[in-house]
Design a protein around this ligand. Structure first.
Ligand SMILES: Cc1cc2nc3c(=O)[nH]c(=O)nc-3n(C[C@H](O)[C@H](O)[C@H](O)COP(=O)(O)OP(=O)(O)OC[C@H]3O[C@@H](n4cnc5c(N)ncnc54)[C@H](O)[C@@H]3O)c2cc1C
Length: 517
């Protein structure tokens, strides 16, 4: 490697590799003489994982940053709009057990203590339905914007559901044709280090040595550079989040006019949960479960029952089985190698945090791109600190969904509330949240993966009821909160009348595109 950082080599052409390439190439003028040179080395022998269809609203910023047109993305990646998640059967498993985690902040969130107002006067209404118009949009299959709303702008905050295979190909085409990224289709067979232990070059099957100054490991769960070559340790989280296996199916709609769901639906099962994601041309459905608690056959039976209960076809192919070891690396950046994506870690797909972490990693790497080797270790320390914190918060947030469940119908749900399976910080916060709502004092970093509002939606959606404070403060004024609840209801009425359905807006965009700013 040279002292100046000029050449970035990304190994892996899955969603992580191409998103990282896109962000760095767009930010650092990869195509120009004075820009960075960005190469993606992708094996023709190892396919990308091909799942990962739910995203977080950060994806809008990332795609805009890379410079792609939103309409092209929607057309070519079979994408639809996602306005949050709906959780069915998580609290007690009854048929009425359902709540939303929408993306829009509660109306009046920073103005007053809405939680106190909710508990005092409206405790019989689901929290999210009272403080936000978005669950009502989701319930009616509405889009988060109008045909006249420009690309990436929103009436209601949104993310996407997308076809993972098409997404990788779309990004590859854009990065190579528009951003000057070099694409090398070859299999990496070895890694050579210099006398300081930095990676000097990669050996490939057909193209010889590939040199670089900074190497990004996007090789998926194998973690060939950071995990296998450098032997950076893995922090297993199986004792906290038990799910380690998934069975995935793609199923067709009964007909072309079937509504496209505006949210991911996560339905609790006896030993895991089922995701249900609506794309314009099909649904992606999968059962994530703990292999220590159930068998593949039993999990498949529950998946098939779910599909037939929810309007799926009678004839189904065999589901695709995926296994994973929940956890993350002890560090993510070591010497001149950074791991992004599955190579850095993976925890089950509840709340779709994996691609959000990829985007945050790519953005921080690009923003903090070291100019030379001398500053690289400083950037690495900051990166490792940021992502160790973020993985911890993702784990706390996901575990909270299980800890608050009142289900005791299987060993799985009973094991999930065992105190030794609950991270200390989460236990502590749950104690505090008995008396005060989650707030910015709990999540004080500038870019939290899940903000305090997300914790409120899930906490109260799961039936957690805080004790009222002994003394009321101005911020606990139920009258002020009522004003915001009335405004949220008025906004609901207006938006339901003005917004098209998800299906209608996507059909319009596929035909006519969206206005560009
Ligand atoms: C069941 C399941 C459901 C998921 N659902 C979601 C979700 O809803 N939302 C979400 O955000 N995330 C989800 N994820 C995670 C998501 O799929 C990944 O984070 C995302 O696809 C990124 O994967 P990747 O690019 O890191 O790895 P991969 O897609 O595995 O790509 C690895 C790349 O490395 C290359 N490679 C491997 N070996 C070599 C070699 N020797 N030489 C050169 N190249 C090599 C391969 O060719 C491939 O291109 C899910 C994951 C699972 C398992």
């Amino acid at each position: 490697m040279s002292d100046q950082v000029k050449q970035i080599v990304i190994v892996g052409g899955g969603s992580a590799g191409w998103l990282t390439a896109g962000v760095i190439a767009a930010d650092h003028r990869a195509g120009s003489d004075d820009g960075l040179q960005v190469t993606v080395l992708e094996s023709p022998d190892v396919s990308p994982i091909g799942v990962g269809e739910g995203t977080w609203p950060t994806m809008r910023d990332t795609l805009r940053r890379i410079g792609v047109s939103e309409a092209d993305f929607i057309r070519e990646c079979d994408a639809s709009f996602k306005q949050g998640s709906r959780f069915d059967g998580w609290v007690d498993g009854s048929t009425r057990d359902r709540y939303y985690h929408p993306f829009v902040l509660p109306h009046g969130y920073t103005e007053t203590n809405l939680v106190a107002g909710w508990l005092e006067r409206h405790a019989d209404v689901p929290f999210a339905d009272l403080v936000s118009f978005q669950p009502h949009l989701c319930a009616q299959g509405k889009a988060p914007k109008q045909a006249a709303t420009p690309e990436y702008a929103a009436v209601a905050n949104y993310a996407y559901h997308l076809d993972a295979g098409k997404f990788g190909l779309f990004l590859r085409k854009f990065c190579t044709e528009k951003l000057g990224v070099r694409h090398m289709l070859d299999h990496m067979v070895g890694i050579k280090t210099d006398e300081n232990g930095n990676i000097a070059h990669l050996q490939t099957k057909s193209n010889g040595a590939v040199t670089g100054d900074l190497f990004v490991d996007c090789t998926g769960m194998q973690s060939l550079l950071l995990g296998q070559h450098y032997g950076v340790g893995f922090r297993s989280q199986k004792h906290v989040l038990f799910n380690d296996t998934a069975l995935a199916l793609q199923i067709r709609y009964p007909d072309e006019s079937t509504a496209i769901a505006s949210q991911t639906i996560g339905t609790a099962q006896s030993n895991g949960w089922i995701w249900d994601i609506g794309l314009p041309t099909r649904r992606g459905v999968g059962h994530v479960y703990s292999s220590a608690h159930t068998s593949d056959e039993a999990a498949e039976r529950e998946l098939r029952d779910y599909v037939s209960r929810t309007g799926g076809p009678r004839e189904l192919g065999s589901p695709r089985k995926l296994t994973f070891n929940p956890g993350y690396r002890e560090k993510f950046w070591h010497r001149n190698c950074v791991a992004i994506g599955l190579s850095a870690g993976f925890i089950e797909p509840l709340e779709a945090s994996a691609l959000a972490l990829v985007e945050l990693s790519a953005a921080m790497l690009s923003d903090e791109m070291p100019v030379n080797r001398a500053t690289m270790d400083i950037a690495a320390r900051r990166f490792n600190d940021a992502f160790t914190y973020r993985w911890g918060r993702v784990i706390d947030f996901l575990k909270m969904h299980y800890v608050l469940a009142k289900r005791s119908d299987s060993e799985y749900w009973r094991d999930n509330v065992r105190p030794e399976s609950i991270p200390d910080r989460l236990s502590e916060q749950l104690t505090l949240w008995r008396h005060q709502p989650p707030s910015r004092y709990d999540f004080y970093r500038t870019e939290e993966v899940f903000p305090s509002a997300s914790y409120q939606y899930v906490l109260y959606g799961m039936g957690f009821r805080p004790d009222p404070r002994p003394a009321s403060r101005r911020a606990d004024d139920a009258g002020r909160a009522d004003g915001f609840f009335r405004e949220a209801a008025a906004m609901t009425g207006k938006m339901l009348a003005a917004l098209p359905t998800n299906r209608d807006l996507i059909a319009h965009i596929r035909r006519n595109g969206l206005p560009r700013i």
